[in-house]
Design a protein around this ligand. Sequence first.
Ligand SMILES: Nc1ncnc2c1ncn2[C@@H]1O[C@H](COP(=O)(O)OP(=O)(O)OP(=O)(O)O)[C@@H](O)[C@H]1O
Length: 708
Amino acid sequence: MSKRHASSTSNPKSDDTPPTSTPQTAAAFGICHTRNGVWDTFYRPERSPDISGSQKFSGGDASSESRARSIPYAWRYAHEVLTTGGAWLIVFCLVSLLQATVPAIRVYFSAELLNLTQVVIEKKEVDKERLLCVLMAQAICSAVDNMCAHFIRRNGRKLQRRVEKVFDRHLFHARIRLDVPTFEDPVVQGRLNACYNFSGSMGWAIFEEVLSSAVETVNLVSRVSVVAQQLRDQQGGILTIICFSGDIASAWLLSKLQGYDLEYVTIANDKTIRSINGLYACATDNEHRQEVVTGGLQEHIRSRYEAAKERIGDAPSSALDVLREGFYSGNWMLDTCNQLTERVPEIYLAFYMLQSPSAFAMSFASLKILQENATSLAALSYQLFARRTSLLSSFRKIRDFYEIINIPNRIVDGTEAYPITDLVDNGAWGTGIEFKNVSFRYPGAERNCLQDVSFTIKAGQLCVIVGANGEGKSTIVKLINRMYDCDEGQILFDGQDIKLFRLADLHRRISVLYQECDHLPVSIGENIGMGNPQNADDKLGIIEAAKLGGASDFIEKLPDGFDTVLAQRLDMMVAGQRAEELYEKLVELKLVKPPVKAGLSGGQMQRLALSRTFMRPPEEVTLCLYDEPSAALDPQAEYDLFQRLRALKGEKTMVFSSHRFGHLTKHADIILFMKEGTICEAGTHAELLAKGGHYASLYKIQAQAFQE
Ligand SMILES: Nc1ncnc2c1ncn2[C@@H]1O[C@H](COP(=O)(O)OP(=O)(O)OP(=O)(O)O)[C@@H](O)[C@H]1O
């Protein structure tokens, strides 16, 4: 069991029990905490003690080490963005930088115009040629500015989609490749969620952040140069220093305050949030509609939802909201410092004039330039300093983004081929299974679900696992299929540890039907086809599999047949008073195709899932696992199914989990009776009846129902 699971199981906490550790405890380890409504954010500032327990300062070094680790990822990111965006992206960057120089050019020509005006006032003469040039240059500046803005608006979205496509593909890949325990891990989920911003994956957001920094830097540097040049004879140098001294102080203060750069966990330890999400899904997800309506739950759900919303008040209701607001909602010291420093040049000038009015030689033009630029330049430089932290955090995000692609799966793949060729050559049928003292606990569960389970199923045998609800039958099926690995003991296939074999080989040889028939939100045909991904488009194979699974009758009656999509996600928004009329008109004109929704019964769903298992070529499969395959089938369908499956006895190993005795158990080579996660009886139907134990008494109860 991984450390994370071990710790969560050894110290289980429910939502409502207050955490045993408080933010103060975390602070002892250098972990900071902020609270926003019911949301807690824990993060480590740059200079924090090592949380491994040694208490030594690791901050500076760890932080620079962390940044060094980000460099290869930043390089990879830049390469990917540039390759995706191509020459168009470079043009986009150049245009953005060009636009950033326009304000400085404007300042230059404004100053020129003011100087000309001053000459007119003082000498009553005008340099017409120069004036014309200045006015033309200003018009050109406006035109260039507008053209750049237009180009950026037109192409920004297109480039964004192009870049996002690549990064969405990464995230899709990162999700699809994870096994069950890794995917269920809340930290993995949290990391995956953190890679999405408000509009898809953050591929473009980071690029925008970097480009904005470059644009602001060019803007600032070019404007400062022009202003300094204009004021060079008139306390310009000293005024420029004064302009920025405040910013340097602000930046220093800012670096002390921000913690975005490092690890953080944002979590709501509150059942109201979960209640809001659950109730919202009840109201919005199609799959719950039937239950909500038949149960008359509408009013109940509405009032519970409103009450829950009321309880959290104005606090954020999602982690994304919390992140939008930032860990800090501002800092009064920083803001005051910034506002004061904006006024410093004016205050300095006022003092200077009072002190020595005769020595004051600043021109009207220079004063105007200073007045117009000092405040905005100070604000811009402050913004740039503030951006420094978010840029650093972008580097961290890039690293996290690429690292999630490499999250190791808990179920470690084996290296040996399965089946073992010697056995196949010897004409062995099926898979021999052995459990040796197996114990297992679900990740996060408080206690073991299986305890010291041992049994042997020989190749080609039919085994039925029986027992009451929750005794561990399905769990055995999941361990055989390596959905999870056992925590103690060993599971052997044909005498070898199951962990030695390649997972892809195992999954190709095992055909599984789970109790919860999960259907993917694709067409019925594709659902069945996915039973054999190598041949998912084999139309004839799909029709044949549907027949074997007993699903063809009802599929043929559906308006869209095999093309019917079961869980249709409607990508449509309708708004406005007469929107219904409009929608109906569009349907009438066949411009909009209304979604066809097929409702299937539990038994039909189960037949569909069963059909999926028949997609695989029979010779490929050595082991069939059926977890309650007939729970939702009518008696005739159940009888037909078992007849069909029994015919495979001797050819393949078959493991069933079932509550129903009779059809199957009478023909089983071995019955395992489970109680409280252990096997309390094992043997054939006759042996167990003769024993007169749990199996015998439950069998008699079921048999009595038919005798009365
Ligand atoms: N993903 C899970 N996480 C935590 N506990 C689980 C999980 N799945 C099952 N359990 C628990 O493990 C125990 C055994 O579950 P299992 O599904 O194996 O029972 P079962 O015998 O197949 O029951 P049933 O006859 O109702 O299908 C139950 O107590 C159940 O609550």
